[in-house]
Write a protein that binds this ligand. Sequence first.
Ligand code: ZN
Ligand code: ZN
Length: 361
Amino acid sequence: MSTGRTRAVRLTRWGGPPVLTEVAPPVPTGEEVLIQVEAAGLCRSDLHVIDAGPDDLPYLVPFTLGHETAGRVVRRGPLAGGPGIGERVVVYGPWGCGSCARCRAGAENYCDRRLALDVARTGTGPGLGRDGGMADLLLVPSGRLLVPVGDLDAVQAAPLSDAGLTAYHSVNTVRHALGDGTAVVVLGVGGLGHLAVQILRATTNAEVLAVDVREEALALAHECGAHFGTLLRPDTAAVLRDRTGGVGAVAVLDFVGSRSSLDPAVAVLRPGGELAVVGSGGGELTVRKPGALPPGTRISLPFWGTLPELEAVVSLAREGVLRVEVERFPLSGALEALARLRSGDVRGRAVLVPDQSDRNP
Ligand SMILES: [Zn+2]
Ligand SMILES: [Zn+2]
C-alpha cells in the first residue's frame, strides 16, 4: 500500500464546490479498519450536503464526501474485528453509537443516541461530517460496519449501501400490506426507485406501478420489471386508480417527497394504505381528521436501513436478482459526475472508480 498522499473529494466550505485534493493516508487505531476504495456511489443527498448553509447541518467542514463505498480491507487497528485483510466489503453508512439497543440490533440508522452524540464532532457517517468514500482510502470506525461482498463487482456493491439498502428498507416498511392482488406505486425511478422496483418484484406478489417525469426512467422501470408505468401529470392518480380497478394502491413509496409527488401519492392511496415518504424533496403533508388522507392511512419516514437488511440486499445482488444501473466516472471526474447528477442527467446511479493507473499498488 502507498505511504504517500492519497486523493479525496473534500467539502472545504459550505456551499461548495468540493475540491479533489491530496491528503495524508489515514492510519487505523483501536477498532478502526482502513478500506482501499474500489467504488463510491453518488447520491442526491451529497448535493444537499454540498449546498447546505453553515448552520443547516450539524457537521464541521472540511470532510471527504461519499457515503456509498465498496472496497478491500487493507489495514486494521489492533482491536479491529470483522472482515480480515484482503476481504472485499461494502461499508454500512449510518454510523451510530454502536452500543444502544437499536445499534446492538443492527439498526444504527435509528440509533437512540444520535441526537445526544456531539454530531458536530463525530458526524453521522462517512461523507456526513466524517471523511467518506470519494477517495482512494476510507477509514471505518469499526469492523461491525462492514459487510463482505465476495466477488461482487465493486461498482455494483457500492450503491447497495444506500440506494439498495434504503430501497430495501422502504419495501420492508410496507411489506406486511403487499399481499396477492394488491398494487404498490413507486414514485420516482432514479437511483433508489429502480432498485425498489426490482426488490418488489423479487420479494412480493404485488403489482408494481411506476411513475416518473422522464420517459427514460419509465423505460428503466419496465426493464426492472414494473408492470405498468406512467408519466407524472395532473391526472396521474386517476390513471393509476383506473389501473387498480378503482380500488387504489395499498402502498406508495415516494422516492421524491416533493409537493408534486405527495399530491398524487395521497390521491391514489387506498383506505388503510401505507404511505412511505423516502425522498427529501421538501414537500409537506397536512395530517388532519378528516382530511385529504384516506381513513386508516399509515405514514412512515423510512431512513436508510439496518445491517441485517444490507446483508439481505448484498445476497440479492450476489444471486443476480438485483442489478444496479450504473454510470461510471473516474475519481478525478467527481466534479463532472456531481454536475451531471445535479442536472438530472444520470441513468440509475453515478459511481466513482478510483483510477487504477495513477495509484500506487
Ligand atoms: Zn444517499
Ligand atoms: Zn446507538
